[in-house]
Write a protein that binds this ligand. Structure first.
Ligand code: PEP
Ligand code: MG
Length: 602
């Protein structure tokens, strides 16, 4: 999945002829619920340059906007400069000269001065001012028949367009102009894009690309947004304003529904609301099996607002706080103070319930522009500089984050969780860093968690699961990440719709790794939880409990359903069934064994 929303393009005019004709498209059902509303294609494709006269009172703000764009353009050129250093010598030298020229042009040259003067004296908006100044300078170079000056004209245009693009992108953040209640459609939504969707405004979304276990799908579930992904033929039909129904349970996008279809889905949506209310009544009931075993149900939180949802759902704590989302959709990395503020806020909201804060899991499909080109160019991003590997490569990043977590630990109980660990050495390094940061905070006289918080690891790489006994010796707890564990074990990209049908946590290889990791934790007497998506799916509850898991962490909206399943479950039956499952090598039979134990409605 790409890191940007891509336009799905304007459909051919002939599809307008379909107006009024009900059309059903299918895709992967990744987030339940029903959305009814107009389609709103998100398109960051080609666009014209806005052009208007400024009011006198707006000149100052516009100049500041222009200056900010220049600073951003300079930063972009610096990033290119770093990339260029890794190129073969000849090419690096050539590009080096060009980038130096760009940098000079962006540092108070005639281009920048001229454009700013147009804003101030001619009261042109920044984009138009830059375009006119760029055209004037480039044309004056082009007028002289000289190849050197012709090349300079090209440079001026390159720099000018870079600044215009930055200015216009700001203005056209496609997520700020969404009509309330719309169903968003696009070629692809990255996790960072999804994090920008406001569930109070967006009714649901559908895209051509994306798998059911990718972070875009996970966020949709956390935000409670109905979503379907992998809708292959959508680009032919999606047009602004077309009335639509998105069925997140069955994976259908119904365009131009007939009055009868609309009525049926409205009824279904009402039933779902009633069902949600009924489940919400379980909030204060214990998550206890029929034979009296209490299970801890915590929430996975990606965005700060979800802490409130976790509280409303009655979560026992936060079992996985994905801090990487704090680093997305922003120009710069949040400093220690900004991180402390966000984390402390979440910890305070949980009122004494433990918050498991995972260090950044950036890389793979989760990208953060603020990291510049650090993560660019990997052949296999999911196997590259991701998660703990990135944190250990960038000690300043890790140290700031550890300080922030320790400081948030002064507000309430926290645990530190490391993503994508493969060896005990990685845990040792972080433990050392944590001790060093504690000393530093002590010297600074800043309150922080005392004693130091437990340090745990995600078991989400097959190698980590198979070496779980070694990792248990250096870790205070395990959190089993079945999303990545399934992906890496079966070599199936969790975010790729083309192989989504092969993604299966019930594969005996995955189940054996889960069992092995749970057993290693139980032997070492350290807590073990499951925080992958199967923890929030009642279909898997009996199996996980039967395998010895007593802590589950899931997106908050899934909590009531899982609690309902636990309250109807006999642990002894679950254990017996888990044994039968583990003796089976056939995925189909395993599914039947679980279907047979689970009630019809999940
Ligand atoms: C997992 O891999 O199962 C997990 C919980 O982590 P994430 O989904 O953030 O990769
Ligand atoms: Mg993971």
């Amino acid at each position: 999945m790409t890191d940007h929303v891509q336009g799905i393009g304007v459909p051919p005019a002939t599809t307008r002829g379909d107006e009024g004709v009900e059309t059903v498209l299918s895709g992967l059902a990744v987030s339940g619920g029903i959305a009814i509303g107009p389609l709103h294609p998100i398109d960051t494709g080609q666009f014209g340059i806005p052009e208007y006269d400024l009011a006198v009172r707006d000149v100052e703000t516009e100049t500041a906007r222009f200056d900010t764009a220049i600073v951003r353009a300079q930063r972009e050129v610096r990033v290119l400069r770093r990339k260029q250093r890794n190129m073969p010598a000849g090419a690096a030298e050539e590009l080096g000269y060009i980038l130096d020229a760009y940098m000079q042009m962006l540092s108070g040259s005639r281009l920048v001065r001229g454009a700013r003067a147009r804003i101030e004296s001619k009261r042109q908006n920044a984009e138009a001012a830059m375009r006119d100044e760029m055209d004037q300078i480039a044309r004056s170079f082009e007028a002289i028949a000289d190849s050197y000056l012709a090349a300079r004209a090209e440079d001026v245009r390159e720099v000018g367009w870079r600044v215009i693009r930055i200015l216009t992108e700001d203005r056209r953040n496609p997520f700020t102009t969404i009509p309330k209640g719309a169903i968003l459609v696009a070629e692809s939504f990255s996790p960072a894009d999804t994090a920008r969707m406001d569930p109070r405004k967006v009714a649901g979304f559908a895209s051509v690309l994306g798998g059911a276990q990718g972070h875009t799908a996970i966020l949709a579930r956390s935000l409670g947004l109905p979503a379907i992904l992998g809708v292959s033929d959508m680009s032919r039909y999606a047009e602004t304003g077309v009335s639509a129904i998105l069925d997140g349970m069955e994976g259908r996008l119904i365009l131009n529904p007939t009055p009868d279809t609309l009525r049926r889905f409205k009824e279904r949506a009402q039933e779902l609301t009633k069902e949600r209310r009924r489940l919400a009544a379980l909030r204060d009931k214990p998550a206890q099996t029929v034979d009296g075993e209490t299970i801890s149900l915590a929430a996975n939180v990606d965005l700060p607002g979800e802490a409130d949802v976790a509280r409303v759902a009655g979560a026992d704590g936060i079992g996985l706080l994905r801090t990487e989302f704090m680093f997305m959709n922003r120009d710069s990395i949040p400093d220690e103070a900004a991180q402390v503020e966000q984390l402390s806020d979440i910890v305070a909201k949980m009122e004494g319930r433990p918050v498991t804060i995972r260090t950044i899991d950036l890389g793979g499909e989760k990208m953060a522009e603020a990291l510049g080109d650090t993560l660019d160019g990997a052949t296999n991003p999911a196997l590259g500089l991701r998660a703990i590997r990135l944190s250990l490569k960038k000690p300043k990043l890790l140290e700031a984050q550890l300080c922030a977590i320790l400081r948030a630990g002064a507000v309430g109980p926290v645990r530190v969780l490391l993503p994508m660990v493969t060896t005990p050495g990685e845990v040792r390094q972080v433990r050392e860093a944590m001790k060093k940061m504690a000393k530093r905070l002590k010297r600074r006289g800043v309150p922080f968690a005392d004693p130091l918080p437990p340090l745990g690891v995600m078991i989400e790489v097959p190698g980590a699961a198979l070496a779980a006994d070694a990792l248990a010796k250096v870790s205070d707890f395990f959190a089993i990440g079945t999303n990545d564990l399934t992906m890496y074990t079966l070599a199936i990209d969790r975010a790729d719709e083309q192989v989504a049908h092969l993604y299966n946590p019930l594969h005996p290889a995955v189940l054996r790794l889960i069992e092995f990791a749970v057993q290693a934790a139980l032997r070492a007497r350290i807590p073990v939880s499951v925080c992958g998506e199967i923890a929030g799916d009642p279909f898997y509850t009996a199996l996980l409990l039967g395998l010895g898991v007593r802590d589950l962490s899931m997106s908050a909206p899934s909590l009531p359903k899982v609690k309902q399943r636990i309250r109807a479950l006999e642990l002894s039956a679950a254990e017996a069934r888990a044994r039968m499952v583990m003796e089976s090598t056939d995925t189909g039979r395993i599914k039947i064994l679980l279907d047979d134990l689970n009630p019809m409605n999940g």
